[in-house]
Design a protein around this ligand. Sequence first.
Ligand code: APR
Length: 308
Amino acid sequence: MDRITVVGAGHVGATAAQRIAERELAREVVVVDILEGVPQGKALDQWESAPVEGFDTRVIGAQGYEETAGSGIYVVTAGLARKPGMSRDDLLRMNTEIIGGISEEIARHSPDSIIIMVTNPLDVMSYVAMKKTGFDRQRVVGMAGILDTARFRSFIALELNVSVQDIQALVLGGHGDSMVPIVSTVTVGGIPLTEMLAADRIEALVDRTRKGGGEIVSLLGTGSAYYAPSSAAVQMVEAIVRDKKRILPCAAWLEGEFGLDGIFLGVPCKLGSAGLEAVLEVPLTDGEKQALNASADAVRGTMELLSL
Ligand code: APR
């Protein structure tokens, strides 16, 4: 890919840009932020690491969108980060305005691009981006499920003292508090987790995963998680750039899948060069269906607060 833009040169955005550059996923990475000098400074610093790290992807900082023209992908991380005691929904008003403005710039400068939304509340911000750009659902996908499953997998690996690589997990629904882990699908080297761990221990790990974002927020004191969120976003970038057809849990606009319509929600997605190439459905228990519907209601409730 010729060019990838990361909007927001904060913790998540700058780390995502670094990962994209180090993996040479594009010829050029542009980092955009409203802060004077910050995107340029971080981009230059990253570029100066290129001779040591051995990558040739140029990293460029900008305040505007001229430099981003023709980008194949925009990873959108701009906005306010969650502070201790602040719910995701508190961020709604400010971030809606920010994401609306950015979306218009994206549509103007790169009308064929794909948007990966990271800014929270991300299901709703994905909706704002889809509305404001007029892009179809293939080209607006939100990052949440990969992060939630990564947290879950990392906790399972610690609990069982096994490699994270051998753990597969699926989480549906909204990000964080309302996520719906599909425990029956979790395997460790192909063995169902339910055969390896007692139900109450699994529930404890699910609970820790659900609160995973908050755990990091309270440890950090200021700011929120960014290493794992940027890894998750860049896994989506890589699936698209390399046309890998990966099956990853992402927030997608649903058109009847799982009995839901007109809403962004975390579901298993096929990601390839066209962006969202398919939404895959999995059979759910009654309890899981109820939890998914409750998660959808929570996202809908937030969508209704928007004035677009
Ligand atoms: N255009 C570009 N950048 C913007 C804009 C805008 N209109 N408004 C704010 N920003 C920039 C800020 O200047 C800041 O540098 O977005 C950046 C956000 O960075 P951080 O505050 O460090 O937040 P970060 O931890 O990166 O989280 C960003 O990702 O995971 C989510 O919940 C998180 O929504 C938050 C987002």
